[in-house]
Structures are given as structure tokens and as C-alpha cells.
Design a protein around this ligand. Structure first.
Ligand code: HEM
Length: 482
């Protein structure tokens, strides 16, 4: 410890030299202050990124204080970010800001061997048999929630879909399907997401004192209160589940309780709790956003909807899940929705650990590297007419993991990518084949950047016209039925 302290000034000098020399060789980029770029991205995420790309191209630097952040959108640069694990690391310290909601030992905060090991534990949940059981529940929950919409009354798609994806995520992660604990968790997660998305809370949290806990009635205080309630509830559930010691693993919580760490010791209750948080948030929020955007595009473009319905109808009245998931046009529509407006605009940050050349620039240690998912997906050379929603491009060409990357890649690639696509397809197929919906608003839906996820700004307002019969006949729904 003492030894470390005595070297601290030297290390700081070396780092400053690196930063200084780095500044000389960094890719050019906007001189606008970081806080202003953040504000511009919040107001018009795609417009802001498009403008920077137009001026600076495939690789550019944005300074966050004295830290250079290099954003890359060329597949060669993306490949390096995902595959060069020697000079570039997916260090967990860069994701500390998410610890407020994911806990200090969540997978996002880990790196190295421990990160790899915990990812493997979490990913056990997404294998064939369990996915199939889950598919049935996804379709049931979708029917139950969409059936509650009243004919002729507009509803907002994002929170409605979020109700489905939150229920699914709590079931997959904790195994709870009903009861007091389940209801409490559902309400707490929903309140936490709503609170963090509120524009007033966002403005308040950007003020100098906005991140101080001024009691339960202040934005930060309320956030911490909700977080504590979720932590307490999950912690109690972990303890309770250990007592039951049910070895029939069918959810992530049971997997983790029976799992051992790299030294062969069981994971602590705190660690199990923290590991459960990111998958619940991601499976609720990112999936709901992707499905809401897909509903928007499908209902905005009559030809896309008609072709999709034709494909779905070709499977008969009660198709099995696996036939739905394998449908080529449905897959192409989901991919195109994730391409044009990717749910996550950027990969999580990576850190240059030792000097490395990326796209002709020598980057020094301390430089942060970020894959710009949105800008890669907007490249004319890969996706002609990139602003047009054209699912056919995914039928005509296969894209590499460095050209199409909605789930990121490399060491920190999304652990739930396959599950998210499975859920997207089943929710969309259930809604489209069973209900007649239209968009309320004729104007284009605007994007809204929430710091990590890019939401449809007005949530996609839709109108329920009734139940759709196979082959396109409509039949009225029983109003308000469940
Ligand atoms: C359409 C839905 C989803 C999208 C678009 C999405 C996208 C992403 C992206 C872009 C990353 C960062 C990858 C990188 O930095 O290279 C990521 C990471 C992650 N995702 Fe997803 N995700 C989705 C759904 C899910 C689901 C359903 C789960 C869990 C069940 C999940 C769990 C995670 C976790 C835990 C990480 C962090 C992995 C790590 O730190 O090692 N995501 N996701």
C-alpha cells in the first residue's frame, strides 16, 4: 500500500506525458466542450452523430476533460476493439457510473478472469430447453397484456411492451412468476426505470448538487431509496432460495446459488444479488426499446407489414416457436430495426493499456476507445440508402460482426443477444398475427437518448382496432378483456 503511494506522483507524470503526447497524434474531432456534446446528443442523437461523422469520418476524438475518447465506426477499427485483447482491455472501472443501479459486483463492473467466469455462469440460462419453456411464457404474457388494450383508444407501445419484457426478465432471472415478492420487484424495477428516464430528474441530476442525497423526496435520494429496496428484496430472495436449495436449475438465481467462484468457493449472497441486476435491467429496457422501434417501422411501412403477415400466415394457425424464430423475413425485419436505430448507440468503453495503432493513429495508454454502433450501421458503403428501412438487405447479404453489431462484440458482447432476438420475434409475431394495430401519429417518431439507450421519444402511440383472424379477417376484441 505504502509502496503504491510513493510511486503515485511518478505514475501521474507518466500518464500526463502519455496524454500530452497522445493529444499530438489523436484523430481529429470536435472542439466543442464535452458537456455541450452530451446536451446535443440528448436533444438530437442521430443528427449530432451524423454531423460529427460528416466532418471527421471513420475515427474521431472527443475530449472528456483530459481523457481522450476515440470513437470508431470503420469495421477495421471495430474489429481491433473487439479482438485485440493484448493492448485494449474491457476494464470494468470505466463502467463505474452504472454501479448505482447494477451494484459494485455486477458483470459490467468486472474485468479479467473473474469477468469471463461470471459471464459464463450467467449465460447458462440461455440454452435451448430453457429458451423453449420461456418462449411459451413470452407468447402468453404478450397476449395477456395486449389483450388489455381497449378498442379505439390510443395506447403507448413502449411502456406496454416494457410490461411484457420486465415480467419475462424477472421470470428468467429469478424464477418468480407471481406472488408478493414478484409484484414488489416488478413495481420497483418499473419505478426505477421511470424515475431515471424522467426529463426533470435528468435536468436535476446534471446540476452541481443534483447527485447529492437530499432525502427520499429529492431525485437522487429517491433513486437511492428505490435501489436499496431492490437490493434488500433480491438479497432476501437469495438467502431464502439458499435455504430451499432446489437443484432444479431453471433460472439464473438458482444457477448462481449452486455456482462456485474461480477458487471453488460458493459466491457470496451480495455477489449473487449484484450479478442478477444487469440482466434484469437489460432484458427489460433494451428489449422493450427494440420491440417498440420494430412496431413503429412495421406499421409505418404497409409493404413491410403485408410481407411479414404473409410470411407469418404461411405457418398456419398455431405455429411452433421454433418455426417462427426461423422465419427469414421476420429475422430481416428485426435486424433492420436494430440496424437503423440501434438500441445502444455505442459499445461500452474499452481502455488502451499499452501503445496501439488503430486505423493509422498511435494511441497511448489511458485513451478510451468506443465502437460507434449507430455510425457503423449508417455507413453508405455497407448499407446503401442507410436512412431507409429495408429489411431485404439482410436477405441479400451477410454482414460481418464488425459491420453489424447491435449487441457489441468481444469481451463485453451482450450476454442476452440471442435471447433478445428470440423474444423480439415471438412478441412481434404474436402481436402482428393476432391484432390489428395502426400508428396514431403520421409524423416520424423522434429518438431520445437516455444516456445508454436510444428510446422512441413519444413511445410510439398506437391504436387497437381488434383481433386479427388468420388470413387477415378482423374480429372485435372484448373490450378490456384479459
Ligand atoms: C435488443 C435487446 C438488447 C440489445 C440491443 C443489447 C445490446 C447490448 C450491447 C450493445 C452491449 C455492449 C456490448 C459491447 O460493449 O461490446 C450489451 C451488453 C450487455 N448486455 Fe445486452 N442488449 C440487449 C438485451 C439484453 C438482454 C436480454 C440481456 C440479459 C438477459 C442483456 C445483458 C447484457 C449484459 C449483462 C451486458 C454486459 C456484458 C459484459 O459486461 O460483459 N442484454 N448489450
Amino acid at each position: 500500500m505504502t509502496k503504491q503511494r510513493s510511486f503515485a506522483p511518478l505514475r501521474l507524470c507518466v500518464r500526463l506525458i502519455h496524454i500530452f503526447t497522445n493529444t499530438m497524434k489523436l484523430p481529429p474531432g470536435p472542439k466543442t466542450p464535452f458537456w455541450l456534446i452530451q446536451q446535443q446528443t440528448q436533444a438530437d442523437p442521430f443528427g449530432c452523430l451524423d454531423a460529427i461523422y460528416k466532418r471527421y469520418g471513420d475515427i474521431f476524438t472527443i475530449m472528456s476533460g483530459s481523457t481522450p475518447m476515440v470513437l470508431v465506426s470503420h469495421p477495421l477499427g471495430i474489429k481491433q476493439i473487439f479482438t485485440n485483447t493484448k493492448e485494449i482491455t474491457a476494464t470494468g472501472a470505466l463502467n463505474r457510473s452504472f454501479a448505482l443501479t447494477t451494484g459494485n459486483q455486477g458483470v459490467l463492473q468486472l474485468d479479467g478472469f473473474r469477468h469471463k467466469h461470471r459471464r459464463k455462469l450467467l449465460m447458462q440460462a440461455f440454452h435451448g430447453e430453457r429458451m423453449q419453456a420461456c418462449g411459451k411464457r413470452i407468447c402468453e404474457l404478450t397476449e395477456k397484456i395486449i389483450n388489455q388494450q381497449v378498442i379505439g383508444k390510443p395506447f403507448v407501445a413502449y411502456p406496454t411492451i416494457e410490461d411484457i419484457t420486465l415480467r419475462v426478465s424477472i421470470e428468467v432471472v429469478t424464477g418468480l412468476q407471481q406472488g408478493e415478492q414478484y409484484e414488489k420487484l416488478r413495481q420497483l424495477f418499473s419505478s426505477l426505470i421511470r424515475h431515471t428516464q424522467s426529463p426533470i430528474v435528468k435536468i436535476f441530476r446534471n446540476l452541481p448538487f443534483g447527485r447529492q442525497d437530499l432525502g427520499k423526496w429529492s431525485p437522487q435520494g429517491y433513486l437511492l431509496h428505490l435501489r436499496q429496496e431492490i437490493f434488500d428484496l433480491l438479497y432476501a430472495e437469495v438467502k431464502e432460495r439458499r435455504k430451499q436449495a432446489d437443484p432444479s436449475h431453471n433460472n439464473i438465481l438458482s444457477d448462481l446459488i449452486f455456482a462456485c467462484d474461480e477458487t471453488g468457493e460458493p459466491l457470496s449472497d451480495e455477489e449473487v444479488r449484484d450479478l442478477l441486476l444487469s440482466p434484469i435491467f437489460a432484458a427489460q429496457d433494451a428489449s422493450a426499446t427494440a420491440i417498440a422501434w420494430s412496431l413503429y417501422w412495421i406499421h409505418r411501412l404497409p409493404d413491410v407489414r403485408a410481407r411479414l403477415l404473409q410470411e407469418l400466415d404461411s405457418l398456419g394457425e398455431s405455429p411452433d416457436q421454433m418455426s417462427i424464430v426461423a422465419l427469414p423475413y421476420l429475422s430481416a425485419v428485426c435486424n433492420e430495426a436494430l440496424r437503423i436505430y440501434p438500441t445502444q448507440l455505442f459499445t461500452f468503453p474499452r481502455l488502451v493499456e499499452s501503445p496501439v495503432e488503430v486505423m493509422g493513429y498511435e494511441l497511448s495508454p489511458g485513451t478510451v476507445l468506443i465502437g460507434s454502433i449507430y455510425l457503423t450501421h449508417q455507413r453508405e458503403d455497407l448499407y446503401p440508402e442507410p436512412k431507409q428501412f429495408k429489411p431485404e438487405r439482410f436477405l441479400e447479404k451477410q454482414f460481418s460482426p464488425y459491420e453489424f453489431l447491435p449487441f457489441g462484440g468481444g469481451a463485453r458482447s451482450c450476454i442476452g443477444g440471442a435471447f433478445a432476438l428470440f423474444e423480439m420475434k415471438l412478441v412481434l409475431a404474436t402481436i402482428l398475427s393476432r391484432y390489428e394495430l395502426t400508428l396514431v401519429d403520421k409524423r416520424p417518431e423522434k429518438p431520445k437518448f437516455g444516456g445508454l439507450i436510444c428510446y422512441p421519444a413519444s413511445g410510439v402511440k398506437m391504436l387497437m382496432h381488434g383481433r386479427r383472424q388468420h388470413q387477415g379477417q378482423s374480429q372485435p376484441l372484448v373490450v378490456g378483456s384479459v
